[in-house]
Design a protein. Sequence first.
Length: 433
Amino acid sequence: MSAGEVDTVLLAISDMEGRLQGKRLTATHFLDQILETGSEGCSYLLTVDADMNTVGGYEMTSWDKGYGDFEMRPDLETLRPIPWHEKTVLLMADASWHDGEPVVASPRQILKRQLERLEERGLVANAATELEFIVFRNTYEDAWRRGFRELEPANLYNIDYSLLGSARVEPLIRRIRNEMAAAEMVVENSKGECNLGQHEINFRYEEALKTADQHAIFKTGAKEIASQEDCSITFMAKWDQREGSSCHVHLSLADQEGRNAFAADEAMFECFIAGQLEFMRELTLFYAPNINSYKRFAEGTFAPTGVNWGKDNRTCSFRVVGHGEGLRVENRLPGADVNPYLAISAMIAAGLHGIDNGTELPPAIDGNAYTSGSERVPTNMYIARDLFAESQLTNESFGEEVVRHYLRRAEFELETFEAAVTDWERYRGFERL
């Protein structure tokens, strides 16, 4: 930095939506003051909604408490270049109060706590997230002015695995792949998907906290690169009536030497999966955090609808894939709007409960899980909220403060949606009702 190769330092936390929030610091100021002490950020960053509106009802901070600051303490292990911005690097930060105590409702802190629980057992979690998104040949500003109607998708037909179709968007996708690699992420591949303009870029698995950090950085970076190319990208779980955009979460456990613990202990692996199934409905709020998330759960769309598992079965919520050191479970419930810190935390919490209690794994689903008669995944956020609130697991694993915090987030999401008048209502009722 002192040599002038870097002039800007991005210091970022993840908010409740999984977005990066923070500051752009000059390199000299970061080295002189922030490196050792951290930087202040308004505590409202972990209580606002997606529109950055101040929301009442949170215990952590409020107008009555003056919306004071917490500290954003840089995690130096996360330092990486951000090549789509000139002379810029980024560090993830951990949010803590001025007395040094962690802000327990911070998504990154929630995941770190679950990783500590694994460490107590001599285990570490490895994870990868597969993010789908839709590319439009409209800028974000143009899409806004159009009211997000009549946008032009980058592809006009289903290009799932199509090299011809994905070539149409290769200048953008190639740039994203290459610049993520230059940002020290290990990119494996990209491919076309089913919906119009839908694509996916995949990264090599990493230790779980690093994966969650990279997930958040990738989403921000992909949007910024798209904007620079006069395009836009959405990570909405359900953009239209066609296939939604998923975020399949792959997870495995390893011992301290890095060996796959699932491959070494089949009984442990089965208990881990059994825990996922037992608490899937209670944890859905962490997998499907928005009103829109639940519209993705539709039969025949490769999104799950039932509480079940199978071996290499894409109709199931949990799909066992790989073998030997690559053995892992794939959670197909989350959409692209998921907060990765919370989704991985939920999987660890459920899996540990299954392991600790020797939970028995029900039979795998062979064939079409949509017609298996499995118990249904929550069909809306009201059900998911209530199950999360009543769950003994959530309170024991995350703590009552965290549970109350994310219940308030869900309540406000529902309140806001109930107060909104949608396009569907206008089209249906303007003349005909």
